[in-house]
Design a protein around this ligand. Sequence first.
Ligand code: TYM
Length: 331
Amino acid sequence: MPRIFSGIQPSGELHIGNWLGAVQNWVRLQHTYDCLICVVDQHAITGKYEAGSLSRRTWEMAVGLLAAGIDPERATLFVQSHVPEHVELMWLFNTVTPIGELERMTQFKDKSSRYESVPAGLLNYPVLMAADILLYRADLVPVGEDQVQHLELTREICRKWNQEFAGGAQFFPEPQPLLSEAKRIIGLDGQAKMSKSLGNTIGLLDSPEEIWNKLRPAKTDPARLRRQDPGNPDVCNIYSLHKYFSPPETVTLVADNCRSAGWGCIDCKKVLAENVTAALAPIRERAAELTAHPDRVVELLGAGAEKARRLAGETMREVRDRMGFLPRRDT
Ligand code: TYM
């Protein structure tokens, strides 16, 4: 069975951008692939973060993923820091990664511009990502569009390492990205990518009231200033979201009523709020149930980490050997 690896940072709430762009794909693919899904807590400390809430956010992310349909019977769900081999392999990959390539990454350029003194962890972030993926010799990586450049770098690290330490053989297979149809969901500001750090999200576990309070002021067609002005659905992010949450006949109705000014933006948002609420209701229910049984989640994450460590251990034994380290007594 081909193998899939993907990860998500516990740097904030799980939102509908993550869900549509990546998590729904994971849930679907777990039936036909050997899937490893990782809550990447070590990536989440590369920016400014609160140590006091990291474990809670990691926990909530795991609960959110289980509630969204990650089935521990089918997929291996675990926390990155519970498998220390990720960091070990990252260190080894650092020795074949050109700094110039790291500096070229769009996300690095964007995030580093917010710092006076840029932490090295921010620069090395994609090396840890390469280690995550290659540690399990994954074939496919289902992600949103924003991660594609990091995956290109993973493939380059993979080729370099294979060249240097496997005589050009495919010890590590070159992983391919797998994009969903919703590869870039725009946030409620109608401009930037929906993102935990921008506060333009709808959370997967938001209550109906929270969903409505966020949708009500959300940006629509900027040229539609008054209720009687006809709108252009093609430039409206609320219309884009309808395409993911509303049935086709509603999507057509929305477009028609927008163009004819039959509905105001608020009417259109009310329908979207209802459909988003309905789509997320079963996820909220499952999350509440899991939260009421924390032991089950602890158990699942423990079993996931155990399986991941077994796989990681096998890869690392060979990697250490090929890179020339003195064998340990325990391996
Ligand atoms: P993260 O935590 O930012 O996001 C998790 C997944 O959600 C996708 N995503 C989106 N897709 C569509 N529209 C959006 N607005 C949107 N926002 C987020 C992301 O593309 C991602 O697939 N670096 C990664 C985590 C990571 C990883 C890995 C991923 C660490 N190691 C190894 C794959 C393989 C990240 O920050 O994702």
